[in-house]
Design a protein. Structure first.
Length: 278
C-alpha cells in the first residue's frame, strides 16, 4: 500500500481514540515504506504512548514539560517576582488580559447565570483563569488544580485573592483530593486531550460535583494531526464528542474563540457543558 493509505488508516484510528491501533498501522507502514511523513507520525504516536504507560511516567512527563529554566530561580528573578506579587502587579495584568478573552467570558457568564459558588479549575496551568474568576467574582470560591509543581508555585506567587487557592494533583485523583459534592461548577479546559482515560477523569469529577452542578469542558476543535502538540493523545471529532458526552444531561456544544481579535482556524475550541443529575 502507498504511505498515504497507512496515514489515512492511522488517522481514522486516532479519531476513534485508538492510539495502539494507529501505532500498529504506522509501524507496519514504515517497515514497508521508508517514508518521512510516516516516520514523523509514527514518532509522534510513540511519544504519546510512552508517557501514558502508567501514572508515574504521566506525572514525570508533565513535571518536565512544565518545568522552568534555571534563570527563573535565580535570586534576582525571585526577588523581582516577589515584589511584583506583593504589589499585585502581576495579578492585575492577568485579570486585565483575560477579562476580554472570549473563552474566559463564556465560562464566567455560565457561572454567573447559574449562580454557582464553588468552582474547580482542573489543569489550571499557572492559574490565570482561576485568578481572573476570583478577582471579578469575589462572592465565589475558586480552586485551581494542576499536575505540575512549577505551575502551582507560579500560581501561588500570582495569587492575591482570599477566595482563590491552588492545589497540586492530577485530574484522575480529584476524588481522592476533595470530598464528595465539594463543588457546583467544574472546569476541564484543554485537559481531556492529554489524559490517559477520559472516563476516569469524568467519573472523578462527577464524584466531587454537587447534584445539579455543571461541568464545562473545552477541547481543541481541529482534527488535523499536524495541528496538535506532541502531548495531545486524542482528537475530538464531532462523533467522539457525541459518543462521550451526547447522552449527558443538558448536553451542549459550541465553538468558542480562544484569543482576542481575529482568530486563525486552530484558535477555536469546542465548548461542552452538561449537568450532573440532581
Amino acid at each position: 500500500m502507498e504511505p498515504r493509505v497507512y496515514i489515512e488508516r492511522a488517522r481514522a484510528e486516532l479519531k476513534k481514540d485508538n492510539r495502539l491501533g494507529a501505532l500498529m498501522i504506522l509501524e507496519e507502514g514504515y517497515t514497508k515504506n521508508q517514508d518521512t511523513e510516516l516516520l514523523r507520525l509514527l514518532e509522534n504516536v510513540r511519544a504519546q504512548l510512552h508517557h501514558l504507560k502508567n501514572m508515574k511516567s504521566y506525572r514525570e512527563f508533565y513535571e518536565k514539560k512544565q518545568s522552568k529554566p534555571d534563570r527563573y530561580y535565580k535570586l534576582g528573578r525571585r526577588i523581582e517576582r516577589k515584589v511584583r506579587s506583593l504589589l499585585g502587579i502581576r495579578a492585575k495584568r492577568i485579570v486585565k488580559s483575560y477579562s476580554s478573552n472570549p473563552r474566559y467570558l463564556k465560562v464566567e457568564a455560565d457561572i454567573r447565570q447559574g449562580n454557582y459558588r464553588a468552582v474547580l479549575d482542573v489543569g489550571c496551568w499557572e492559574g490565570h483563569f482561576s485568578l481572573c474568576l476570583g478577582a471579578r467574582n469575589p462572592d465565589i470560591s475558586v480552586t485551581g488544580l494542576d499536575i505540575a509543581t512549577a505551575n502551582i508555585e507560579v500560581a501561588n506567587e500570582f495569587n492575591r485573592f482570599k477566595n482563590v487557592k491552588f492545589v497540586l494533583g492530577t485530574a484522575e485523583d480529584i476524588n481522592k483530593i476533595f470530598a464528595p459534592s465539594s463543588f457546583d461548577f467544574i472546569m476541564l479546559f484543554e485537559i481531556l486531550e492529554h489524559v490517559i482515560d477520559v472516563n476516569v477523569v469524568l467519573d472523578a469529577a462527577l464524584d466531587v460535583l454537587e447534584p445539579g452542578g455543571k461541568i464545562a469542558i473545552t477541547v481543541p476543535s481541529t482534527e488535523d494531526l499536524d495541528e496538535h502538540h506532541d502531548e495531545h493523545v486524542r482528537f475530538f471529532s464531532d462523533q467522539l464528542i457525541l459518543d462521550l458526552f451526547g447522552k449527558r444531561k443538558a448536553f451542549t456544544k459550541q465553538l468558542v474563540q480562544n484569543t482576542q481579535g481575529p482568530a486563525k482556524p486552530n484558535e477555536y475550541s469546542h465548548y461542552i457543558t452538561f449537568l450532573k443529575p440532581a
